[in-house]
Design a protein around this ligand. Structure first.
Ligand code: THU
Length: 134
């Protein structure tokens, strides 16, 4: 994936989302921009809560918004953080439910790419929809 063209517009949107993240507890803003197969972009940021476990991550926020808008097929997600950090396990699990082959790009606040991979590569031997029936 490293040599593929970078989706600069998605990168910009993910970084913009970092700026509106609600992170009074961790001070670790995360922004996500998710491109559906239909060509729509869904954005998310992390939203924390005084009751800490209620926090929602940026990636799941974006995926849930997309599903609520009727989109379940995804091409690419860009995740922006201060340090280009990788998505957490919970977000990997939610992403793989819909899009094992989705491209996952992590960038820092300057747009430098740290990871350019797929969901399936981030969560090998995953438990997915067919695990319940096969
Ligand atoms: N966070 C995300 O938004 N996405 C991830 O994949 C990792 C963690 C958020 C949750 C919390 O608001 C902050 O980053 C620190 O864990």
């Amino acid at each position: 994936m490293k040599n593929d063209t970078l989706p600069q517009e998605l990168i910009k949107q993910a970084i913009a989302m970092m700026k509106i993240a609600y992170v009074p507890y961790s001070n670790y803003p995360v922004g996500a921009a998710l491109l559906s197969d239909g060509g729509k972009v869904f954005c998310g940021c992390n939203v924390e809560n005084a009751s800490y476990p209620l926090t929602i991550c940026a990636e799941r926020n974006a995926v849930f918004q997309a599903v609520a808008a009727g989109e379940k097929n995804f091409k690419t997600i860009v995740i922006a953080t201060q340090n280009g950090g990788a998505p957490c396990g919970a977000c990997r699990q939610v992403m793989v439910e819909f899009a094992p082959q989705m491209r996952v790009i992590t960038v820092d606040a300057q747009g430098q790419v740290f990871l350019d991979t797929t969901v399936a590569d981030l969560i090998p031997h995953y438990f997915g929809p067919t695990s319940l029936t096969d």
